[in-house]
Design a protein around this ligand. Structure first.
Ligand SMILES: O=c1ccn([C@@H]2O[C@H](COP(=O)(O)OP(=O)(O)O[C@H]3OC[C@@H](O)[C@H](O)[C@H]3O)[C@@H](O)[C@H]2O)c(=O)[nH]1
Length: 360
């Protein structure tokens, strides 16, 4: 039974109801693996790194469901054909009838340009997709983890943001399909927990970066690295003093697994508390990757949060988690991956032309 008892405001969030019984076959000796895990959005950037980590454990069988809107089979190439791995082309807005013990529910485009591309579809993914996955969790007695977002805090008036902060969100803005969608998804998680006893976990993920981000993803770290490698100006959106905190993907995946395996429902912030303005980030990328590129100020989009930094006290206390990789150490790891992938597309040269097959 989940033990996290409050959202920080003293409001009781737990249920006394027992979760539904798991499949009687879960611990059957005839089963090769002990744990069958569904990862929705497992072909995406964070999802595929999570799959890599889960597959390291020989007792895990991993099923990925992805519609490939922003994910790619390339990210999972090394697991295709593996006896403990299965890949399904599936859109979570449709029900999925399978037998699993755990569900990591990641499916949703995360880059603002992609989630704004078809906002109605984004909100369907967050609301109907989460309902479908909760329905699955209820039917088979699985534990479900939702990857929520720091965007639930909107343009925060409290800084840094603790989980107890309820946020400052525009319900009718261009980002609402994502941030309000994730807020409803969190509500659904807690309602299924209270009403049906479902075992839930909620992670609020702050900006994350690393290898396998889509090169033209539109997010700031991927944009700056690709621009630096192509010798194009780094596009800082006005005013440039807005801040973000960037977590390297391996740290984030470690936090997700600790949350799933631990006793706390969350919500728990997962992010790196190091805070940078976008001008500072551009200067760091320039210095580390290509000192000859220009930094250019460009127009911003509406509702861009002015500041964002996680308070990770809860993650430290409840999960024993804190990020290890500093931005200056993580950026070169991502640069190498981007250099190889861009080199493969023959857009730039590689440092070592023989390493192309290590690009993912
Ligand atoms: O080329 C760019 C792109 C972005 N930016 C700025 O960089 C900041 C970060 O923008 P991103 O698009 O990377 O990400 P955002 O912080 O807006 O949203 C992200 O928040 C957390 C996650 O849940 C999601 O991955 C995503 O929604 C913004 O202030 C944006 O204006 C630039 O200055 N230049």
């Amino acid at each position: 039974m989940a033990t996290d008892s409050s959202n920080g405001n003293g409001h009781q969030q737990t249920t006394t109801k027992k979760p539904p019984s798991p499949s009687p076959l879960r611990f059957s000796k005839f089963f090769q693996s002990n744990m069958r895990i569904l990862v929705t959005g497992g072909a995406g950037f964070i999802g595929s790194h999570l799959v890599d980590r889960l597959m390291e454990n020989e007792k895990n069988e991993v099923i990925v469901a992805d519609n490939y809107f922003t994910g790619s089979k390339d990210n999972l190439q090394k697991w295709i054909g593996h006896p403990r791995f299965e890949l399904i082309r599936h859109d979570v807005t449709e029900p999925l009838l399978i037998e699993v013990d755990q569900i990591y529910h990641l499916a949703c485009p995360a880059s603002p340009i992609f989630y704004k591309y078809n906002p109605v579809k984004t909100i369907k993914t967050n609301v109907i997709g989460t309902l479908n996955m909760l329905g699955l969790a209820k039917r088979v007695g699985a534990r479900i983890l939702l990857t929520s977002t720091s965007e639930v805090y909107g343009d925060p008036l409290v800084h840094p943001q603790p989980e107890s902060y309820w946020g400052n969100v525009n319900p009718i803005g261009v980002r609402s399909c994502y941030d309000e969608g994730k807020r409803v998804a969190e509500t659904l998680m807690f309602d299924y927990h209270r009403q049906h006893g479902i075992e839930i976990r909620i992670a609020r993920i702050f900006n994350t970066y690393g290898p396998r981000m889509n090169i033209d993803d539109g997010r700031v770290v991927s944009n700056f690295i690709a621009q630096a490698l192509r010798g194009e100006p780094l596009t800082v959106q006005c005013p440039g003093t807005q801040t973000r905190s960037f977590c390297y993907v391996s740290d984030l995946v470690d936090g997700l697994i600790r949350l799933m395996e631990g006793p706390s429902t969350g919500p728990i912030n997962l992010g790196n508390p190091g805070e940078f303005t976008m001008i500072e980030l551009a200067e760091t990328v320039k210095e580390l990757i290509n000192p000859s590129v220009e930094i250019k100020m460009v127009e911003n989009t509406p509702d861009d949060p002015r500041q964002r930094k996680p308070d990770i006290t809860k993650a430290k206390e409840l999960l024993g988690w804190e990020p290890k990789v500093k931005l200056r150490d993580g950026l070169p790891l991502m640069e190498e991956n981007f250099r190889l992938r861009l080199g493969r597309d023959k857009k730039i040269g590689t440092k070592d032309g023989n390493k192309l097959d290590e690009a993912t």
